[in-house]
Design a protein around this ligand. Structure first.
Ligand SMILES: Nc1ncnc2c1ncn2[C@@H]1O[C@H](COP(=O)(O)OP(=O)(O)OP(=O)(O)O)[C@@H](O)[C@H]1O
Ligand SMILES: [Mg+2]
Length: 327
C-alpha cells in the first residue's frame, strides 16, 4: 500500500469554457507539508475546493485519507480541517464562540470542546483574546484563529489556502511557526501560496502550478539544485551593453534584467565562469559596480519553468531572455 494520504489522478476542472485545472496529478505523504506554488489564477483554490468537496469532481479522481472524494464526501470532510483564502469569521462572535460553534457543528461533546479550545488557544497564543470579538482582532490574529478552528476536530489533514496572504513579514514568520508546530504534532498539511520564500521554507515537497497545470514537483532542495545553474548578479555602468556582451557566452543560459543590474543564469559552476565574465566586461570598458554569486532561489526555479515571475500584484512578464540554442 502506498503511504499517500492525498492521491490525485488526472484532475481537470472547467468553469464554463475556462479550463482552470488541467490533468493535475500528485500525491501527498502522511506527515508531510506539501505546497502548491503558483501565481494568481493558477488553479490552486480550485484544486483545494475539489479536494475538500466544495466543488464537484468533473473529471479525474481524488482520494483523501483513503476515501474517494466523489463517493465518500462525508468521510473526507471528517478527516480534514480547512482555512480558506478569504477570512470567514463572523465579525460579531468572540474568539471563544467561533471555536465553540465549530465544535458543536461537528457534534463534539461539551468536555472535548472545552479541552480542545483551551489547547488550541494556547497553541496559537490567543488565550488573552478569548472573549474578544473577531472584528477587533488584527489580521494575523484572525489567521491564527482560523488555523485553530481548522484544527478543532483534530483533522488528519489541514488545508491552508494562502495562509499568510496580506500579513506583514513578522506575522508571516509567526504563522509559519504555528504551521510547523501543527505539522510536528502529526497533522499533514496541504497549503497553497504564491510566496516563493513561504513554499521554500515550509514545504517538504512543492508542486509548481501555472495555468492549471503542474509544471514540476520536488523537494525545495531538489528543485533548486536540479537547475544546475548558479546565478551571477551584476550592476555595471552599462547593463544593456553588458547583457548583449555576455549573452553570447556559452556558459550563459539566460539573462534577467532587474530594477538595477542583471541576473545571469550560469550553466555549471558560477565560481569558474565569473572571472572570465568580469574580464570580458572590463575589456569592453564597462565598469563593474557590484557583483554577487548565488545558488538558484525558488524565484529562479519559478522563472526557469514558467518564463515569468510572481509579483504581489499579480503576474508580471519578466525580461528573461532565453539565449537561442542554449537549452
Ligand atoms: N467561480 C468561478 N467562476 C468562473 N471562473 C472561475 C471561478 N473561480 C475561479 N475561476 C477561474 O479559474 C482559474 C483558477 O482560479 P483559482 O481561484 O483556482 O486560482 P488560484 O490559483 O487560487 O488564484 P489566487 O492565487 O488568485 O487565489 C482562474 O482563471 C479564475 O479566473
Ligand atoms: Mg486562490
Amino acid at each position: 500500500m502506498s503511504d499517500a494520504i492525498i492521491e490525485v489522478r488526472n484532475l481537470s476542472h472547467w468553469y464554463g469554457h475556462i479550463k482552470a485545472v488541467d490533468s493535475v496529478q500528485f500525491e501527498v505523504k502522511k506527515g508531510e507539508i506539501f505546497s502548491f506554488l503558483g501565481p494568481n489564477g493558477a488553479g490552486k483554490s480550485t484544486v483545494i475546493n475539489i479536494l475538500i468537496t466544495l466543488l464537484p469532481i468533473q473529471h479525474g479522481e481524488a482520494r483523501i485519507a483513503g476515501y474517494d472524494v466523489a463517493r465518500d464526501p462525508e468521510k473526507v470532510r471528517d478527516s480534514i480541517g480547512i482555512v480558506f483564502q478569504e477570512t470567514t469569521l463572523d465579525r460579531d462572535m468572540t474568539v471563544y464562540e467561533i471555536l465553540e460553534f465549530h465544535g458543536r457543528l461537528y457534534s463534539m461533546s461539551k468536555d472535548s470542546r472545552r479541552t480542545r479550545i483551551d489547547e488550541l488557544l494556547t497553541l496559537v497564543e490567543l488565550e488573552a483574546k478569548r472573549n474578544t470579538l473577531t472584528k477587533h482582532l488584527s489580521g494575523g490574529m484572525k489567521r491564527r484563529l482560523e488555523i485553530a478552528r481548522g484544527l478543532m476536530t483534530r483533522p488528519t489533514i489541514l488545508f491552508l489556502d494562502e495562509p499568510t496572504l496580506g500579513l506583514d513579514p513578522q506575522t508571516r514568520l509567526k504563522t509559519w511557526e504555528y504551521i510547523k508546530m501543527v505539522n510536528a504534532d502529526g497533522t499533514t498539511i496541504f497549503l497553497t501560496t504564491h510566496y516563493m520564500d513561504e513554499a521554500d521554507h515550509l514545504s517538504d515537497r512543492i508542486s509548481i502550478i501555472d495555468r492549471g497545470k503542474i509544471i514540476t514537483s520536488g523537494t525545495p532542495w531538489d528543485l533548486k539544485n536540479r537547475l544546475g545553474e548558479d546565478v551571477i548578479y551584476m550592476e555595471t555602468t552599462d547593463d544593456k551593453r553588458t547583457e548583449a556582451l555576455i549573452g553570447k557566452e556559452t556558459e550563459v543560459r539566460s539573462i534577467k534584467r532587474k530594477e538595477r543590474g542583471i541576473s545571469v543564469m550560469i550553466q555549471g559552476d558560477g565560481t569558474r565562469v565569473l572571472p572570465a565574465l568580469m574580464e570580458k566586461v572590463r575589456e569592453a570598458g564597462i565598469g563593474v559596480e557590484a557583483v554577487n554569486l548565488k545558488k538558484p532561489s525558488m524565484d529562479d526555479v519559478f522563472v526557469h519553468y514558467t518564463g515569468r515571475q510572481i509579483r504581489d500584484e499579480g503576474l508580471v512578464q519578466s525580461v528573461t531572455k532565453q539565449v537561442a540554442g542554449k537549452e
